[in-house]
Design a protein around this ligand. Structure first.
Ligand code: ATP
Ligand code: MG
Length: 423
């Protein structure tokens, strides 16, 4: 027998048993972006490698070790997108969407990172992201945070996630802070983990984001960025906090929240849960006022977030079984014999013409009534319509209720239509 070919490690199939919960998530997201009037943008999954190097930053986990990059046949270096923000800015600049205007955009789709696959961490994963351009904030910062809060409520997981926020200040404030941080880090250099030692010189702020426990303990004595903000950023941050208070959104200020990408400034935030182990961040975002110009556009303030759909699905499945989301048929049509099969097909098409939203399964492949009714039951349908030679002759169809205690009855096509209209 030929050897089975397997999917790439860390890249998952979404099987019919799981696609119901995914559709439920996607529908709620579409409703959310509609109610905030964000508009969808779809960009290619492949971009030039340069885009991510210039935006995410050379000394970050993503660019250093996680990108799927390859040379195409022309010798150009291309990369499967590891995230959506850079793509959004690239497209916005290219098509003049960001120049002197305000835009509220959203996207959803697969992202690719070569990480060690584990629960909640994959090599192909999916993000929903929202991005707002041309707004200085702090109101819009709070708006994008509220979108997350509203979504958690819709999914019934509001009590499973908490909001952490921080401010990274302006570029200038960060440069001044970096010097203080480097002085501190040098004083404990020999005790740092290897990655942090390297980053102390190349990108010291990233040390704050170290996953190493020992380094994190040392950092407790480090100077804090939040105590070294410029006045404008300080004010901006206070206003964000005040608005969150006024809206009744709880949050924790986390001074060591720096985010793994270089382009952020001022407000940064993460929605975290403790139900998914080390993969606890389900949504992360912040302000990135310098990125549009960094990628060749006119300076444009920007803020946004990205949400990991797989982690969101895991969280939803922790409170609800994914079976509840699998679609169920409304009606199942059975047919006994060749003539009945053709007639049943005509009936099915007529019903679909009249009731496009009806979930109708037409039995195919013959078999006796017992077998057909078993399939009808498995389809989840409430009603089975039985069509045989007698039914065709009498122009009456037999109905069998599969979930309710109701006697079998016979109805005309008109009656059947009326009945299925409010099933
Ligand atoms: P993490 O701390 O888990 O590595 P990150 O800081 O790299 O996340 P971002 O780049 O900000 O994450 O992406 C935003 C969101 O996308 C994350 O909060 C997470 O929900 C999701 N995400 C990121 N990487 C993965 C992955 N490899 N598999 C599944 N989801 C992911
Ligand atoms: Mg990561």
């Amino acid at each position: 027998m030929a050897k089975n070919i397997q999917a790439i490690r860390g890249m998952n199939d979404c099987l019919p048993s799981q696609s119901g919960v995914w559709q439920y998530v996607e529908q709620n997201i579409r409703q959310l972006v509609g109610s905030y009037q964000y508009h969808e943008i779809r960009t290619p999954v492949v971009e030039s490698t340069e885009l991510f190097k210039r935006s995410i930053g050379e000394v970050t986990d993503i660019v250093e070790k996680e990108m799927y990059s390859f040379d195409d046949r022309n010798g150009d270096s291309l990369t499967l997108r590891p995230e959506g923000t850079a793509c959004c800015v690239r497209a916005g600049n290219q098509h003049g969407l960001l120049y002197n205007q305000q835009q509220r955009l959203w996207y959803m789709g697969p992202m690719f990172r070569h990480e060690r696959p584990q629960k909640g961490r994959y090599r192909q994963f999916h993000q929903f992201g929202a991005e707002a351009y041309g707004f200085e904030g702090p109101d819009i910062d709070v708006e994008v945070i509220m979108m997350g809060a509203r979504l958690w409520k819709a999914f019934g997981i509001a009590d499973k996630v908490t909001l952490q926020i921080n401010s990274l200040g302006s570029n200038e404030a960060r440069i001044a802070y970096k010097e203080k941080l480097v002085l501190f880090l040098q004083s404990v250099e020999s005790q740092l983990d290897e990655d942090s030692k390297r980053r102390l010189h190349s990108n010291p702020l990233r040390v704050l984001d170290s996953k190493d426990q020992n380094t994190q303990t040392l950092l407790k004595d480090a100077p804090r960025l939040i105590d070294n903000l410029d006045t404008q950023s300080q004010l901006h941050f206070e206003q964000v906090c005040e608005m969150l208070d006024a809206l009744g959104i709880e949050y924790q200020v986390n001074p060591s929240l720096v985010r793994g990408l270089d382009y952020y400034n001022r407000t940064v935030f993460e929605w975290v849960t403790d139900l998914l182990g080390a993969q606890g961040t389900i949504c992360a975002g912040g302000r990135y006022d310098n990125l549009v110009a960094q990628l060749g556009g006119k300076p444009t303030p920007a803020v946004g977030f990205a949400m990991g759909i797989e982690r969101l699905v895991l969280l939803i499945e922790s409170i609800q079984s994914s079976d509840e989301f699998s679609p169920k048929a409304d009606v199942y049509i059975t047919a006994l014999g060749d003539a009945a099969q053709t007639h049943a097909m005509q009936v099915a098409e007529r019903l679909r013409d009249a009731l496009p939203a009806l979930a109708l399964v037409l039995h195919c492949g013959g078999g006796n009534m017992k077998k057909q009714l078993k399939k009808a039951d498995a389809s989840g349908a409430r009603l089975a319509v039985i069509i045989g030679d007698a039914e065709i002759e009498n122009k009456l169809y037999s109905l069998k209720y599969l979930r309710d205690e109701m006697p079998q009855s016979q109805v005309s096509m008109q009656q059947l239509l009326a009945l299925l209209e409010d099933i």
